[in-house]
Design a protein around this ligand. Structure first.
Ligand SMILES: Nc1nc2c(ncn2[C@@H]2O[C@H](COP(=O)(O)OP(=O)(O)OP(=O)(O)O)[C@@H](O)[C@H]2O)c(=O)[nH]1
Ligand SMILES: [Mg+2]
Length: 476
């Protein structure tokens, strides 16, 4: 105190530094003014100390996480909502090298998507077309596709499959296709298929799908008998597949039924010529579009090596979203920093493949309510990706009426803006009804297979999750 008074009463020497000059009490200060100034100073110091303390805690927390932990994110949502596609976006952004190295493995999956297509595809010719005899007669020349399908499923399955592995890869809908085949939906163990494929490739026990630039083909007749040439077989069927797809009768039926196979998951018929190239290597977009149902769960660890985030591990869990896969979800609820919930809002006119009596939006809403109301997650912030906006836009644009499926939509215009608002308010209301006050919901409209629009969303979400995770642990 004394020294302050002494200093304040003396004129500073000319060479005093500017900060000292700025902090100097005003000349002629009264005792009251002085007391007020000191109070203000004390308040400012308290605020500054608090900020310093927060920074210190954040640093400590970062160091702590560096030492023994990471940020944990859990992806949830019904089957085909886009969880695994979200993981692919994370990989593309944060593990670009590993992401590119994996492209070759996706080749088998893409071929499988081509020969074992979605139920809406012309290659998966449905019973009604067949029974009414209005569709094209199945061409026996497409029969080899069954062999390709078997070979590819075998390639993606473990060498000595257990009973559950077998079931896993052959769960089906039991509807016959035009070739008289029973459609099986292919699930593979999320954590195992790539390793399985890699190990078979390295042992050379796989067919020639793994050999880009292979000189042997069924056309040249030169491939070894014990290594069936998948690309060769596919090439012999290419024209027949295209003929079926381009058949005016098929197109007519699809139009009448308002079915657009090109909008469904894993549709590669339009790319068939490119896919049949001997040295075909899937592009980023091909991998994002490829469809493989997740069985069980998989863990993906990323590092964002920049700024204060250096050294933090991001662990993102992907789980299967089909009804028979959801029982494992709760085992991931412990210590999760954030949930990313995906709801495909284009699915308003679709039903679950596991249960055709359930509308897919109704299922998504029920699931979302269950997650919001879960006691273990009551403090966890939720990021909601209202996904497949591109398909929603295409559907509304083609005249499909949202109000026909969602009665509460009422007479609002059937356009993207109103539809997005509607879904946002529906999910938002569920969150508010079932949440504690002290957590937040962040809603984004996404098209997960469009990496350009997705990268900034993922970056923002990641930064927000880190901020919240750090804040939460500084409060504990
Ligand atoms: N058009 C379009 N397709 C998308 C979008 N997001 C994902 N897909 C496609 O939808 C399909 C299913 O996506 P996945 O990520 O495999 O779905 P999932 O939620 O992991 O499904 P499960 O593993 O069965 O739980 C894939 O073929 C994706 O390419 C999107 O925003 N628009
Ligand atoms: Mg998946």
């Amino acid at each position: 105190m004394v020294s302050v008074r002494q200093r304040s009463n003396r004129l500073p020497p000319d060479n005093l530094d500017p900060l000292t000059v700025a902090l100097r009490p005003p000349p002629g200060e009264t005792p009251d003014e002085r007391a007020a100034r000191l109070r203000e100073g004390a308040n400012a110091k308290a605020i500054s100390d608090k900020i310093d303390e927060q920074i210190r805690l954040e640093r400590e927390e970062i160091n702590q996480r560096k030492k023994n932990g990471d940020v944990k994110i859990l992806l949830l949502g019904q089957s085909e909502s886009g969880k695994s596609t979200t993981i692919k976006n994370f990989q593309m952004l944060y593990s670009p090298q590993a992401w590119r190295q994996e492209h070759i493995s996706w080749r088998a999956v893409i071929y499988l998507n081509l020969v074992l297509p979605d139920a809406k595809s012309p290659l998966f010719c449905s019973r009604p077309i067949h029974s009414r005899s209005v569709g094209p007669t199945p061409t026996p020349r497409l029969a080899p596709l069954t062999q390709v399908e078997t070979l590819l499923i075998r390639a993606l399955s473990p060498e000595n499959p257990t009973e559950s592995d077998f079931e896993a890869t052959h769960l089906g809908t039991n509807q016959p296709d035009l070739l008289g085949r029973t459609k099986a939906e292919v699930f593979v163990s999320a954590s195992r298929w790539r390793n399985t494929l890699k190990s078979k490739m390295s042992k050379g026990s796989l067919s020639s799908i793994d050999v880009p630039n292979a000189s042997t083909s069924s056309e040249s007749g030169g491939h070894p008998v014990n290594k069936p040439d998948i690309v060769g077989i596919l090439r012999t069927c290419r024209q027949d597949m295209l003929d079926l797809w381009n058949d005016p009768l098929v197109q007519n039926i699809l139009t009448k039924r308002r079915v657009r196979p090109q909008d469904s998951s894993g549709f590669f018929l339009n790319d068939i010529s490119r896919l049949m190239e001997r040295d075909y290597l899937p592009t980023d977009q091909d991998v994002l579009n490829a469809r493989l149902k997740t069985l069980g769960s998989s863990e993906h660890v990323f590092r964002v090596d920049r700024g204060s985030e250096k050294g933090i591990n991001w662990t993102v869990y992907d789980v299967g979203g089909a009804r028979n896969q959801r029982h494992v979800w709760t085992s991931f609820f412990d210590n999760v920093d954030s949930i990313i919930f995906l709801a495909p809002i284009s699915a308003f006119n679709q039903v679950l493949s596991e249960d055709p009596s359930v509308n897919r939006i109704a299922d998504s809403l029920l699931l979302f309510r269950a997650i919001c109301g879960n006691k273990l997650l009551q403090k966890v912030n939720i990021v909601l990706f209202l996904n497949k906006v591109d398909l929603l836009q295409a559907k509304l644009g083609s005249g499909i009426q949202l109000k026909k499926y969602m009665l509460s939509y009422g007479d609002k215009p059937n356009d993207l803006e109103n539809a997005c608002k509607y879904f946002k308010s529906k999910f938002g209301a569920a969150f508010r009804e079932l949440s504690d006050v002290d957590r937040e919901l962040y809603i984004h409209f996404t098209t997960m297979n469009d990496p350009k629009s997705t990268s900034s969303i993922i970056n923002n979400v990641r930064e927000m999750i880190l901020r919240k995770a750090l804040h939460k642990s500084s409060l504990i």
